[in-house]
Design a protein. Sequence first.
Length: 439
Amino acid sequence: MKKISSKQKLIYGISIILVAVILAIVITTNIIKNNNQVASEGYTATTANANSNLVASYIKSGITIGGITGTLESINTFDATALPEDILWGETAYVKGEKITGTKIVTVAHAKAAQKTFEENTVLIDDYGNNVKIPAGFKIAEDSATAVTGGVVIEDVSAEGATEYTKGSQFVWVPVGDVLTDNDGNKTTITLGRYTFDNKGSEILVQSGKDYARETQLIILGINDGEFLELLNTTPSNNAKAKDISEFVKRTFESQGYFIGRYELGDALATNDSRSGTDDISNSQNPVACKSGIYPYTYINQADAAKLCRNMYSSNNFESDLINSYALDTAIVFIQKFSGDTNFSLQVGKSTVNSIQKCGVDLLENVSSGEKNQDERCNIFDLAGNTGEWSTEEISISNWPCVARGGSYNYSDSYVSSRNFYDINYTRNNLSARPIIYL
C-alpha cells in the first residue's frame, strides 16, 4: 500500500469540507425555497377564503370546506302531502323530493291566465279585493278585465242546462255595494236600485233594491204621466214578469253582484242572408246565445223575449232571466262610475250605417257632435244602440203596458236609459232583449 503524504491528507480534508459546505448550501436553499412556496400558497388560500362566496348556511352541517364549517340542516320532504291544487296558482314548493307548481285559483287574474272552468259556484277576488262569484261551468274570458271596475267577463264552457248554441255566451259582472277601486282601499258605492237620470245624465235613485216590495212608481214627465212599475199586484196585461224579483234582489245582495249579458240576446241560427232586407224575422223557437258576431234576436214580443231569456239555462247553480229595471238601471250607474263616461245614460245609439248590426260590432253616433265610436263600456256592448231591449218593467197604460229600454239603430231620440212602451203583441226589427244571470 502506497503511503499518503501529509500534504495529500490536507487536500482530501479540504475537499470533503467543501463538499459538505456545498451540500449544506443546496439543502438550505431548497428548504428556504420550499418554505417560501408553502408560505405563498398559504397566503393565497387565506386570501381566496376571504373572498369566497361560501356561506356556512349553504354547506351541510358538519362538513368543512375551505375552512368554513357548514350549518345547513337538510329537510326531508318525503312525508309531505300537499298537492298542486293546495298551493296558490303559479307558486312552487317541494313535495316528496320533487318541485311542484300550484294550481289553486283564488283570483280573477289567476283564473284568466289558467283558463280554468269551475265545477261549482266559486268566489274569486279581483285585483283590488272585490268578490266575483263565478257560476259552475263558466270560466273567465280571455279578454276579461281582472278588476271589476273594468268589467269581469265570464264565458260558458259547460254550464248545466247549456246547449251547443249557448256555449261561448258571455256575461259581465255588475258589482253591488262598496266597490274597492284601487289598492289603497278607496271605495265607490253602487246601490242596487231603480233610477231616473237628469238632463246631465246624473243618476237619481228612486227605489232601492232593499225596498223592492214597496212597488215604487217611477213617474216620467212628458210620457202621458205614465207610472213605471217593476212589480204590480194586479197587472193590466199578460206582460211576463221576472222569475222572482225578491229572489233576484236577495241573491244579488248575498253575492255582492250579478251578471248582465255582454251582448244583446242573439239568434244562433240567423245568417247574413236571413237578416238582409225587411224580412229579418227570428223564429221564437230558434236557439239563443249571448255572443259577439251573431245577429240579435228580433221580431219577438215581450212575452217571448222573457221566455227565451229565462229558459236560456235550466241550472241548479244559477238563474237566467230577462233583464229587470233594477239590473239595467244599476248597470248604467256602474258604467257611469267606472268607464269615465259620466253621462252614458244619455248616449244616443243611432247607427252610422242605419241598419241592424251583429252583436258587439255596432258603431254608434253622438248626434249632437257627430262623434262615432264603439258602443261598448266596461266590456258591455250595445246598450246605446243596435236594438232596443225588452224588460220586465211595466207602465200603467193599459193599451201599451210593455216597456223596452235603451236606444236603437234607427232612432236619434232614444238613448241608453230610455223607457219606451208598446202593445203586448208589438214586434219589430229594432227590438230584442238582454239576459241576466244571478246566483
